[in-house]
Design a binder for this molecule. Structure first.
Ligand code: ZN
Length: 253
């Protein structure tokens, strides 16, 4: 099933679900008890938002060997994790803003995991029971600042640096899905999640050995090779096979 956050006219954003290309509202708690109302609103009549508001975003560095190679770094022997602030989230169609502090902002198309059931010390064999669904993410990065600082909070943490959406898909085989990123329609990144160094169950086990995962928390599972700079006026599109496409325009601050 597909879940969205949407609004109609000037009403506040709310959770909903999708049937074919129609949207219906959801009553209750997305991660608990809820009731689905009739899906009668055409998708083109609603505004979509980032489909979830997490307590934290955990991202994984160098999780595709080809990407590590293009960055001239080794594949880590255990997952390399970092945090992005929830304030970096934007929804489908919202602008990625190039900050004046950086001369090189790059796209990173990624599969994002949405946690559904809380947990600490989750064993890999049970990890997928804690997953609510999946969405597309763009781990936008100020590459020059990431390199200069050594740690990644600034380079990864600007407002608008975490486009998410367009919806959460609950039915997906995360073991073999194509992750792609296009800029102005031109393919820049494409790889299957089969090529990940650490699988999603391994990532969940590792991360939850450090911090409690809460419903709505996001794991950005790493980017394939092919990262490239974004310019004012570009349109960048992350797609994950079986989910859909997340498109965002790029603009100067
Ligand atoms: Zn990334």
């Amino acid at each position: 099933m597909r879940f969205v956050r949407f609004s109609v006219g000037d009403r506040a954003p709310q959770y909903g679900w999708m049937f074919q290309d129609k949207i219906g509202a959801l009553e209750g708690d997305l991660f608990g008890e809820y009731r689905r109302l009739e899906a009668g609103m055409p998708l083109e009549r609603v505004r979509l938002y980032a489909p979830v508001i997490p307590s934290k975003i955990i991202a994984v560095g160098r999780n595709y060997a080809e990407h590590a190679k293009e960055q001239n770094v080794e594949v880590p022997d255990m997952p390399l994790i970092f945090l992005k602030p929830p304030s970096s989230i934007i929804g489908p169609g919202e602008k990625i803003i190039l900050p004046p502090q950086s001369q090189r902002v790059e796209h990173e198309g990624e599969l994002a995991v949405v946690i559904g059931k809380p947990g600490r010390w989750i064993p890999a064999e049970k990890a997928l029971e804690h997953v609510f669904g999946y969405t597309c993410a763009n781990d936008v990065t100020a590459r020059d600042l990431q390199r200069r600082d050594g740690q990644w909070t600034r380079g990864k943490g600007f407002d608008t640096f975490c486009p998410l959406g367009p919806w959460i898909e609950t039915e997906l085989d995360p073991a073999d899905a194509l992750v792609a990123c296009r800029v102005n329609g031109e393919m820049r990144q494409m790889a299957s999640t089969r090529e990940m160094v650490f699988t999603i169950p391994q990532l969940i086990a590792f991360i939850s050995s450090v911090m409690t995962l809460q419903p709505g928390d996001l794991i950005l599972t790493g980017t394939p090779a092919g990262i490239s700079p974004l310019e004012d006026g570009d349109s960048v599109e992350v797609s994950v096979e079986g989910i859909g496409e997340l498109r965002n325009p790029v603009a100067k601050e």
